[in-house]
Design a protein around this ligand. Structure first.
Ligand code: CUA
Length: 378
């Protein structure tokens, strides 16, 4: 009997085209997404090297196996009057060979993986390591510089080349801490303190790297991003000194002073947020007795120096949030549509449904006053 060769080829053609098309489609995904294949730190470099190593081993296996398969299909295909195939069932030698050969390849991959895993904390760095308690909230990241006594949110500022020791903590659910270009994923588990050590390569000052939560943690899991901002040692020192200052007890500007009143008012922002020098005495008052900080929301002491809000799903800067005096003599935001901070304060639940910021509706004047105050907290 003759095999319908042409029909078989057509089917393969369809399959192959579908495969090629889908890989084209997938290749178009996330042009701006950070990639593990673009490492900017020693830890990410080791991890991407492991990826390439496994890819090479897997490619060798793929080419050899598929090559033998295609060769056999063509060479031993059924022809008119071909004899019956020789049956090899029960051939112990062959079975031992095809058990041992794959095991050897898997063992090679295993050794490469274990070697990389145990070497992840062995990398050279400059200066002394910086200890940072990273707290996964729902849904934003808090960065507590344990020895420098400052706390930030959504933005982790580090000096280039310095080892960062991140102590990962959560008092709610499991999150996972990941910056593709700097280090791989480590789970943030309540009641179990994991650490992640990494550094950004010398020469990366001025760059920022997007990080994200990579363990499903509820409604806004996809909106739990942050940025690692790398500075030169000098710039980092200057930044640190500025961050260690308490906020002014009374802002100079009229609108900002009104904003501060709102912040401190009954049912105001201070129920969840802290500003050192205003409603918190000092850094130590940010702390509770437990593992994570007591503040429900981010520390706002130097909010004006940050650009990311709400788990880095909104950005803002003073240039796009200009406070002007309206015709009624009250402060207002010049162009609310381009001010991420306005959108957030106007309706945080619309921006990020389910988040902890449940506030009463604020008037545009109140929002402008709050923004004027927050801008003063540089
Ligand atoms: Cu936190 Cu997902």
């Amino acid at each position: 009997m003759r095999m319908p060769l042409f029909r078989g080829m057509k089917r393969w053609g369809v399959l192959l085209s579908a495969l090629l098309l889908s890989s084209l489609l997938l290749a178009a995904c996330g042009g701006n997404s950070p990639s593990i294949l673009n490492p900017s730190g020693p830890v990410a470099l080791k991890e991407s090297n492991l990826f390439w190593f496994i890819l090479v081993v897997a490619s060798i296996v793929f080419v050899v196996v598929e090559g033998l398969l295609i060769y056999s299909i063509v060479r031993f295909r059924e022809r008119p009057n071909s004899p019956a195939a020789i049956q090899t069932h029960g051939n112990t030698t062959v079975e031992i060979i095809w058990t041992i050969v794959p095991s050897v390849f898997l063992f090679i991959v295993l050794i490469g993986t274990i070697y990389t895993m145990f070497g992840l904390k062995t990398f050279s760095s400059t200066g002394s390591p910086i200890q940072i308690k990273v707290v996964g909230h729902q849904w934003w990241w808090e960065f507590d510089y344990l020895n420098e006594h400052i706390v930030t949110a959504d933005e982790l500022v580090i000096p280039e080349g310095t080892r960062i020791v991140a102590q990962l903590q959560s008092n709610n659910v499991i999150h996972s801490f990941w910056v593709p270009e700097l280090f791989g994923k480590t789970d943030v588990v309540p009641g179990h303190n994991n650490t992640s050590e990494f550094s950004a390569d010398p020469g990366t000052a001025g760059k920022s790297f997007r990080g994200q939560c990579t363990e499903f943690c509820g409604l806004q899991h996809a909106h739990m991003n942050f940025y690692v901002i790398v500075k030169s040692q000098d710039d980092f020192n200057a930044w640190l000194t500025a961050q260690q200052q308490a906020a002014a007890a009374n802002p100079a500007q009229q609108a900002a002073l009104a904003g501060q009143k709102l912040f401190l008012g009954s049912g105001g922002c201070q129920g969840c947020h802290g500003i050192v020098g205003v409603n918190l005495q000092d850094y130590n008052h940010l702390k509770g007795g437990g593992d994570a900080s007591v503040l429900v929301g981010p520390n706002l002491t130097h909010f004006g120096s940050r650009r990311q809000i709400a788990g880095a799903i909104l950005q803002w800067d003073p240039a796009s949030c200009v406070v002007v005096t309206g015709s009624d003599g009250q402060p207002k935001i010049e162009n609310p549509g381009s001010c991420g901070l306005y959108q957030w304060l106007h309706d945080p639940q619309a921006v990020k449904p389910g988040n902890d910021m449940n506030i009463r509706t604020l008037s545009d004047t109140e929002i402008a006053q709050l923004i004027a105050y927050l801008e003063s907290l540089t």
